[in-house]
Design a protein around this ligand. Structure first.
Ligand code: NAP
Length: 284
Protein backbone atom coordinates (compact mmCIF):
# COMPACT_ATOMS: atom_id res chain seq x y z
CA UNK A 1 0.00 0.00 0.00
CA UNK A 2 1.40 3.44 -0.96
CA UNK A 3 2.58 5.54 1.99
CA UNK A 4 1.47 9.11 1.34
CA UNK A 5 2.48 12.56 2.59
CA UNK A 6 -0.30 15.17 2.18
CA UNK A 7 0.99 18.74 1.92
CA UNK A 8 -1.45 21.67 2.19
CA UNK A 9 -4.42 21.24 4.49
CA UNK A 10 -6.67 23.95 3.08
CA UNK A 11 -10.13 23.58 1.52
CA UNK A 12 -9.09 20.89 -0.96
CA UNK A 13 -6.16 19.25 0.84
CA UNK A 14 -8.34 18.43 3.84
CA UNK A 15 -10.92 16.70 1.64
CA UNK A 16 -8.17 14.61 0.06
CA UNK A 17 -6.80 13.79 3.53
CA UNK A 18 -10.32 12.72 4.62
CA UNK A 19 -10.50 10.33 1.65
CA UNK A 20 -7.06 8.89 2.43
CA UNK A 21 -7.80 8.39 6.12
CA UNK A 22 -10.84 6.28 5.14
CA UNK A 23 -9.09 4.43 2.31
CA UNK A 24 -7.83 0.86 2.60
CA UNK A 25 -5.70 1.36 -0.52
CA UNK A 26 -3.65 4.38 0.61
CA UNK A 27 -1.68 4.77 3.84
CA UNK A 28 -1.56 8.42 4.89
CA UNK A 29 1.55 8.82 7.06
CA UNK A 30 2.12 12.63 7.05
CA UNK A 31 -0.09 15.73 7.02
CA UNK A 32 1.79 18.99 6.44
CA UNK A 33 0.52 22.55 6.99
CA UNK A 34 2.30 25.86 6.40
CA UNK A 35 5.14 26.86 8.75
CA UNK A 36 3.60 28.66 11.74
CA UNK A 37 0.07 27.44 10.92
CA UNK A 38 -2.46 27.21 13.74
CA UNK A 39 -2.98 23.56 12.63
CA UNK A 40 0.54 22.45 13.73
CA UNK A 41 0.65 19.74 16.40
CA UNK A 42 -3.07 18.94 16.11
CA UNK A 43 -4.29 15.46 15.31
CA UNK A 44 -5.53 15.40 11.70
CA UNK A 45 -8.84 13.99 13.01
CA UNK A 46 -9.47 17.26 14.85
CA UNK A 47 -9.25 19.19 11.56
CA UNK A 48 -11.54 16.65 9.88
CA UNK A 49 -14.02 16.63 12.79
CA UNK A 50 -13.59 12.88 13.17
CA UNK A 51 -11.93 10.43 15.56
CA UNK A 52 -8.20 10.74 16.26
CA UNK A 53 -6.11 9.45 13.36
CA UNK A 54 -2.74 9.27 15.11
CA UNK A 55 -1.34 11.62 12.45
CA UNK A 56 0.01 14.84 13.95
CA UNK A 57 0.10 17.86 11.65
CA UNK A 58 3.66 19.05 11.00
CA UNK A 59 5.00 22.20 9.33
CA UNK A 60 6.45 22.72 5.85
CA UNK A 61 9.67 23.93 7.50
CA UNK A 62 10.30 20.50 9.12
CA UNK A 63 9.51 18.53 5.95
CA UNK A 64 13.03 17.07 5.58
CA UNK A 65 13.15 15.69 9.15
CA UNK A 66 9.69 14.15 8.91
CA UNK A 67 10.36 12.57 5.50
CA UNK A 68 13.32 10.75 7.11
CA UNK A 69 11.08 9.62 9.97
CA UNK A 70 7.91 8.55 8.10
CA UNK A 71 9.44 7.56 4.72
CA UNK A 72 6.43 8.20 2.42
CA UNK A 73 6.51 6.81 -1.15
CA UNK A 74 4.61 9.75 -2.65
CA UNK A 75 3.72 13.32 -1.66
CA UNK A 76 0.62 15.21 -2.83
CA UNK A 77 0.84 19.00 -2.89
CA UNK A 78 -2.18 21.34 -2.67
CA UNK A 79 -0.51 24.57 -1.47
CA UNK A 80 0.51 27.63 -3.50
CA UNK A 81 3.08 27.92 -6.32
CA UNK A 82 5.96 29.30 -4.21
CA UNK A 83 5.49 26.77 -1.40
CA UNK A 84 5.03 23.96 -3.90
CA UNK A 85 8.39 24.56 -5.63
CA UNK A 86 10.13 24.84 -2.25
CA UNK A 87 8.50 21.59 -1.07
CA UNK A 88 9.53 19.81 -4.27
CA UNK A 89 13.19 20.73 -3.68
CA UNK A 90 13.08 18.91 -0.33
CA UNK A 91 10.95 15.98 -1.53
CA UNK A 92 13.14 15.33 -4.59
CA UNK A 93 16.31 15.44 -2.49
CA UNK A 94 14.75 12.72 -0.31
CA UNK A 95 13.72 10.66 -3.39
CA UNK A 96 10.00 11.08 -2.76
CA UNK A 97 7.88 11.22 -5.94
CA UNK A 98 5.26 13.96 -6.03
CA UNK A 99 1.82 14.69 -7.43
CA UNK A 100 1.57 18.48 -7.77
CA UNK A 101 -2.04 19.65 -7.82
CA UNK A 102 -1.30 23.28 -6.96
CA UNK A 103 -2.13 25.71 -9.80
CA UNK A 104 -1.03 29.18 -10.90
CA UNK A 105 2.64 28.47 -11.70
CA UNK A 106 4.60 30.83 -13.96
CA UNK A 107 6.40 29.31 -16.95
CA UNK A 108 9.66 29.81 -15.03
CA UNK A 109 8.34 27.88 -12.03
CA UNK A 110 7.24 25.00 -14.30
CA UNK A 111 10.75 24.91 -15.77
CA UNK A 112 12.16 24.81 -12.23
CA UNK A 113 9.86 21.87 -11.34
CA UNK A 114 11.14 19.99 -14.41
CA UNK A 115 14.77 20.78 -13.57
CA UNK A 116 14.43 19.65 -9.92
CA UNK A 117 12.69 16.42 -10.99
CA UNK A 118 15.26 15.50 -13.62
CA UNK A 119 18.33 16.50 -11.56
CA UNK A 120 17.19 14.33 -8.64
CA UNK A 121 15.98 11.43 -10.85
CA UNK A 122 12.52 11.31 -9.26
CA UNK A 123 8.99 11.31 -10.69
CA UNK A 124 6.56 14.22 -10.69
CA UNK A 125 3.01 14.52 -11.99
CA UNK A 126 1.96 18.10 -12.76
CA UNK A 127 -1.83 18.08 -12.62
CA UNK A 128 -3.47 21.52 -12.78
CA UNK A 129 -6.72 19.59 -12.90
CA UNK A 130 -6.74 16.23 -11.21
CA UNK A 131 -10.41 15.48 -11.98
CA UNK A 132 -10.70 12.53 -14.36
CA UNK A 133 -13.85 13.91 -16.07
CA UNK A 134 -12.28 17.28 -16.88
CA UNK A 135 -9.28 15.59 -18.43
CA UNK A 136 -11.61 13.48 -20.56
CA UNK A 137 -13.41 16.71 -21.62
CA UNK A 138 -10.07 18.21 -22.66
CA UNK A 139 -9.11 15.11 -24.64
CA UNK A 140 -12.51 14.96 -26.37
CA UNK A 141 -12.29 18.70 -27.22
CA UNK A 142 -8.92 18.10 -28.91
CA UNK A 143 -10.48 15.47 -31.15
CA UNK A 144 -13.66 17.48 -31.87
CA UNK A 145 -11.72 20.60 -32.78
CA UNK A 146 -9.91 18.66 -35.50
CA UNK A 147 -13.30 17.73 -36.99
CA UNK A 148 -15.27 20.98 -36.42
CA UNK A 149 -12.27 23.07 -37.37
CA UNK A 150 -14.31 25.96 -38.84
CA UNK A 151 -16.52 26.38 -35.73
CA UNK A 152 -16.03 29.26 -33.29
CA UNK A 153 -14.83 28.00 -29.90
CA UNK A 154 -15.47 29.70 -26.54
CA UNK A 155 -14.59 28.37 -23.07
CA UNK A 156 -16.45 29.49 -19.95
CA UNK A 157 -15.15 28.43 -16.54
CA UNK A 158 -16.85 29.10 -13.18
CA UNK A 159 -15.34 28.75 -9.70
CA UNK A 160 -15.92 29.82 -6.10
CA UNK A 161 -15.28 33.41 -5.01
CA UNK A 162 -12.03 32.46 -3.13
CA UNK A 163 -10.14 31.12 -6.15
CA UNK A 164 -6.96 33.15 -6.59
CA UNK A 165 -5.90 32.44 -10.19
CA UNK A 166 -8.01 33.48 -13.18
CA UNK A 167 -8.74 32.14 -15.71
CA UNK A 168 -8.35 28.60 -14.39
CA UNK A 169 -5.24 26.69 -15.46
CA UNK A 170 -7.65 24.03 -16.70
CA UNK A 171 -9.42 26.45 -19.08
CA UNK A 172 -6.04 27.43 -20.54
CA UNK A 173 -5.08 23.75 -20.92
CA UNK A 174 -8.39 23.11 -22.72
CA UNK A 175 -7.56 26.03 -25.07
CA UNK A 176 -4.09 24.50 -25.69
CA UNK A 177 -5.69 21.14 -26.52
CA UNK A 178 -8.12 22.80 -28.97
CA UNK A 179 -5.22 24.59 -30.70
CA UNK A 180 -3.41 21.24 -30.87
CA UNK A 181 -6.51 19.58 -32.39
CA UNK A 182 -6.62 22.33 -35.04
CA UNK A 183 -2.87 21.96 -35.71
CA UNK A 184 -2.28 25.48 -34.36
CA UNK A 185 -0.20 24.25 -31.42
CA UNK A 186 1.52 27.03 -29.48
CA UNK A 187 -0.37 29.93 -31.19
CA UNK A 188 -1.21 31.46 -27.83
CA UNK A 189 -2.09 34.83 -29.42
CA UNK A 190 -5.31 33.18 -30.59
CA UNK A 191 -6.42 32.69 -26.97
CA UNK A 192 -8.33 35.81 -25.87
CA UNK A 193 -9.01 36.26 -22.16
CA UNK A 194 -12.23 37.97 -20.99
CA UNK A 195 -12.71 39.70 -24.34
CA UNK A 196 -12.89 43.43 -23.61
CA UNK A 197 -11.96 44.94 -26.97
CA UNK A 198 -14.26 46.46 -29.53
CA UNK A 199 -14.26 44.72 -32.89
CA UNK A 200 -15.17 41.41 -34.43
CA UNK A 201 -13.78 38.06 -33.32
CA UNK A 202 -11.01 36.70 -35.52
CA UNK A 203 -11.25 33.28 -37.19
CA UNK A 204 -9.73 30.58 -34.98
CA UNK A 205 -9.84 32.83 -31.92
CA UNK A 206 -10.63 30.96 -28.66
CA UNK A 207 -12.39 33.14 -26.08
CA UNK A 208 -11.82 32.21 -22.41
CA UNK A 209 -14.17 33.66 -19.77
CA UNK A 210 -13.98 33.39 -15.97
CA UNK A 211 -16.92 33.54 -13.55
CA UNK A 212 -16.10 33.85 -9.83
CA UNK A 213 -19.09 33.44 -7.52
CA UNK A 214 -20.16 31.89 -4.23
CA UNK A 215 -19.30 28.27 -3.59
CA UNK A 216 -19.12 26.88 -7.14
CA UNK A 217 -16.66 23.94 -6.96
CA UNK A 218 -15.78 24.01 -10.68
CA UNK A 219 -17.55 24.14 -14.05
CA UNK A 220 -15.85 24.07 -17.47
CA UNK A 221 -18.05 24.59 -20.50
CA UNK A 222 -16.79 24.50 -24.10
CA UNK A 223 -18.92 25.82 -26.98
CA UNK A 224 -18.33 24.87 -30.63
CA UNK A 225 -20.61 27.17 -32.63
CA UNK A 226 -21.31 27.53 -36.37
CA UNK A 227 -23.92 29.68 -38.17
CA UNK A 228 -26.22 26.64 -38.10
CA UNK A 229 -25.65 24.72 -34.88
CA UNK A 230 -23.92 24.52 -31.52
CA UNK A 231 -22.19 21.69 -29.69
CA UNK A 232 -21.79 22.31 -25.96
CA UNK A 233 -19.70 20.14 -23.63
CA UNK A 234 -19.79 20.77 -19.89
CA UNK A 235 -18.06 19.23 -16.91
CA UNK A 236 -19.21 20.12 -13.41
CA UNK A 237 -17.65 19.03 -10.12
CA UNK A 238 -20.31 18.70 -7.40
CA UNK A 239 -17.92 18.47 -4.45
CA UNK A 240 -14.22 18.31 -3.65
CA UNK A 241 -14.17 14.54 -3.03
CA UNK A 242 -14.03 14.17 -6.84
CA UNK A 243 -10.41 15.39 -6.66
CA UNK A 244 -9.46 12.45 -4.40
CA UNK A 245 -10.29 9.85 -7.05
CA UNK A 246 -7.88 11.50 -9.53
CA UNK A 247 -5.24 11.90 -6.82
CA UNK A 248 -5.40 8.17 -6.09
CA UNK A 249 -4.88 7.35 -9.78
CA UNK A 250 -1.93 9.78 -10.00
CA UNK A 251 -0.32 8.33 -6.84
CA UNK A 252 -0.53 4.76 -8.15
CA UNK A 253 0.84 5.91 -11.51
CA UNK A 254 3.90 7.81 -10.23
CA UNK A 255 5.20 5.17 -7.80
CA UNK A 256 8.54 3.89 -9.08
CA UNK A 257 8.62 6.28 -12.08
CA UNK A 258 11.21 8.91 -13.01
CA UNK A 259 10.50 12.05 -15.05
CA UNK A 260 7.76 14.64 -15.47
CA UNK A 261 4.24 13.51 -16.38
CA UNK A 262 0.74 14.96 -16.73
CA UNK A 263 -2.80 13.58 -16.45
CA UNK A 264 -2.75 12.40 -20.08
CA UNK A 265 -0.01 9.99 -19.01
CA UNK A 266 -1.85 8.99 -15.83
CA UNK A 267 -5.12 8.29 -17.66
CA UNK A 268 -3.33 6.75 -20.67
CA UNK A 269 -5.48 8.35 -23.40
CA UNK A 270 -3.07 7.01 -26.01
CA UNK A 271 -4.07 3.40 -25.27
CA UNK A 272 -7.79 4.34 -25.26
CA UNK A 273 -7.38 5.89 -28.70
CA UNK A 274 -5.34 2.96 -30.04
CA UNK A 275 -7.97 0.44 -28.93
CA UNK A 276 -10.69 2.57 -30.60
CA UNK A 277 -8.75 2.51 -33.88
CA UNK A 278 -8.21 -1.26 -33.51
CA UNK A 279 -11.95 -1.83 -32.89
CA UNK A 280 -12.82 0.19 -36.02
CA UNK A 281 -10.30 -1.82 -38.05
CA UNK A 282 -11.94 -5.08 -36.81
CA UNK A 283 -15.44 -3.82 -37.76
CA UNK A 284 -14.30 -2.89 -41.26
N1 NAP B 1 -5.35 20.23 -9.48
C1 NAP B 1 -6.61 20.33 -9.10
O1 NAP B 1 -7.50 19.64 -9.63
C2 NAP B 1 -6.98 21.32 -8.02
C3 NAP B 1 -8.22 21.24 -7.38
C4 NAP B 1 -8.49 22.16 -6.34
C5 NAP B 1 -7.52 23.08 -5.98
N2 NAP B 1 -6.33 23.12 -6.65
C6 NAP B 1 -5.27 24.05 -6.31
O2 NAP B 1 -4.68 23.62 -5.07
C7 NAP B 1 -4.20 24.75 -4.35
C8 NAP B 1 -4.84 24.77 -2.98
O3 NAP B 1 -6.23 24.93 -3.12
P1 NAP B 1 -7.22 25.14 -1.89
O4 NAP B 1 -8.53 25.46 -2.47
O5 NAP B 1 -7.10 23.99 -0.97
O6 NAP B 1 -6.57 26.46 -1.24
P2 NAP B 1 -6.43 26.89 0.27
O7 NAP B 1 -7.69 26.56 1.01
O8 NAP B 1 -5.97 28.31 0.26
O9 NAP B 1 -5.27 25.95 0.85
C9 NAP B 1 -3.91 26.15 0.62
C10 NAP B 1 -3.20 25.62 1.85
O10 NAP B 1 -1.80 25.60 1.56
C11 NAP B 1 -1.17 25.65 2.80
N3 NAP B 1 0.25 26.01 2.69
C12 NAP B 1 0.81 27.16 2.27
N4 NAP B 1 2.15 27.05 2.31
C13 NAP B 1 2.43 25.80 2.76
C14 NAP B 1 3.62 25.07 3.01
N5 NAP B 1 4.83 25.61 2.80
N6 NAP B 1 3.54 23.81 3.48
C15 NAP B 1 2.34 23.23 3.69
N7 NAP B 1 1.16 23.87 3.48
C16 NAP B 1 1.22 25.13 3.01
C17 NAP B 1 -1.98 26.67 3.61
O11 NAP B 1 -1.83 26.13 4.91
P3 NAP B 1 -2.24 26.81 6.33
O12 NAP B 1 -3.73 26.82 6.33
O13 NAP B 1 -1.66 25.84 7.25
O14 NAP B 1 -1.60 28.15 6.34
C18 NAP B 1 -3.40 26.50 3.06
O15 NAP B 1 -4.24 25.78 3.97
C19 NAP B 1 -4.54 25.98 -5.23
O16 NAP B 1 -3.44 26.26 -6.05
C20 NAP B 1 -5.71 25.47 -6.07
O17 NAP B 1 -5.88 26.17 -7.27
C21 NAP B 1 -6.06 22.25 -7.66
Amino acid sequence: MAKVCMIGLGKTGLEIARYMVNSDKLDLVMAVASPGSSKLGKDLGELLNTRDTGIKVTGGDSLADNLKLFKPDVAVDFTDPKASVKNLEVLAKHKVNTVICTTGFTELQIQRIRAITLANKVGTVIAPNITVGVNVLRFVCEIISGILDDYDVEIIESHHRHKKDSPSATALKIADSILKGQRLEGKKNLVVLDRNITGMRRDKEIGVHAVRAGGIVGIHKVLFVSEEDKLEITHESFNRSIFAKGVEKAINFIIGKKGVYDMDDVLDFKTALESYVLRQAEVN
